[in-house]
Design a protein around this ligand. Sequence first.
Ligand code: 9G3
Length: 567
Amino acid sequence: MRQSKLLMPTLREAPSEAEAASHQLMLRAGLIRQLAAGIYTYLPLGRRVLRKLEQIVREEMDQAGTQEVLMPAMQPAELWQQSGRYDVYGPELMRLRDRHDREFTLGPTHEEVITALVRSEVSSYRQLPMTLYQIQTKFRDEKRPRYGLLRGREFLMKDAYSFDEDFDGLHRSYTSMYEAYNRIFTRCGLNYRPVEADAGSIGGEGGTHEFMALADIGEDTIAVCNSCDYAANLEKAEYKLSQQTTDTQQNNDAAMVRHRTPEIKKIDQLVEAFGLGADAFMKTLIYVADGAPVAVVVRGDHEVNEIKVKNALAVAHLELADQATTERVTGAPTGFAGPIGLQIPVYADHAVLAMKSGIAGANEQDYHIGNVIPSIHLTDVQAGDYRNAAIGDGCPRCETGSLVFYRGIEVGHVFKLGTKYSEALNAKFLNASGSEQPLIMGCYGIGVSRLLSAVLEQHSDSNGIIWPKSIAPYQVHVVPVSAKDQVQMDLAAHIAARLLESGVETLLDDRDERPGVKFKDSDLIGIPLRIVVGKHAAHGIVEIKQRNELEAQKLELEEAITFALRN
Ligand code: 9G3
């Protein structure tokens, strides 16, 4: 391809609205342009990379024995009403009406559509197991699209759905997809971790993993054992329950002590006022769970994990109580709530009950109470795991490891759905003994466009992109130094022609630009191998440089071509 003809509008500076490194790089290297918030056009370079990513996904999905389909983006609202999800999702679900005023959604995912298809086309166990997948545009009207393709409103997803006759079959399908995902992300050159995850709104019979690309820009936090292969989204991460009690005993008698703590509401203020560590305090938060107020108590140095609380209470909605509710149920404004004397259910984390004693809110404005001894004063609470794992907690799976945290970008998610959709949409099959059973389903997603951004978050330096060879838009960049030097231009064109006829994807920088501009653009767009045709061209000598190496090397023409063919 001749660069003088290529639509690749590079920018010296990233537009100010781009915060994430990958977003800046995609704009500066001319990979994408924004049409509207969260909605992008892929320019030729971006489209070529996206196609490479799709190709890797397609090869591994086909290799795993799944079949590619392509479903519509427009989905009849009736399907979402049958699955009960039409009213569960709010403004994030794009809705529209056709000319007959019939309601449709623009698909954010395709559980309903694929189940309706299989309902009408699969009826016997002989047809199972079957996994279908597509690579298709999804629509989710995110409230805050951000970071370019990392959180868009229209994006490319590979979504697959497995159908089995029983849970053993589902486990086999799930495992097959899990292994295919490992191959896909490895081939894309991604530094990632599979992590145990929470099933979230999709529901289903448990068992779900996310594939997290490690990146500081990532919205998720994962806890990883520094010794074994345990890894989990912080939403779900467990830890070894410490047996010993934490010794914050102030005095030995059982009497609680009132402390006047005017305007002292936050843990760091309490730490300051009492001169004790955060782990000496009991932090009580009032929530509303499916409309009913509850108290959740965690140790002062821990954070409430609302997913765990929601799952433990088996409620659909859990949110922090507002000030008025807090005052009504505790008799005090936020910051003075405590576990003693409440008329609502109290859920106390294991670590609170492991405290010998602690200081808690007094449920009275400007007062806290000390020497709260769990074994004496907290006997009517529901103990459980209601907190986030903390850095340094013991690994829940092995004897020696402890947890370290990373930020991650979720690029894949695999779920065991069970019969949630097959029962809702009546998708059944006749099993070997002739009785009708609901299909057992799994679903498996990869954010293909998000994957592009995740790779860029991990593969760049101060000069620009460093594409892994497997997904680079071109493999070789041939750069003649001076467009006015006909020997250089002819040799460069000759090299490009030789490489192209050998099937090497080659970009020839035939622009009449200063060398500095050419080299900056070449570093920016990150093609793995560069062949510079400069002043030694007359002697048939060119310079080869790998984008991920510092030094270049001079080679004879034929050596250079052999080198490029081999790489
Ligand atoms: C919606 C909207 C947003 C959504 C969903 C539904 C996420 C929704 C979860 C999934 C589960 C899996 C198949 C591929 C892998 C992921 N956001 N999810 O169901 F209506 Cl607006 O999409 N689907």
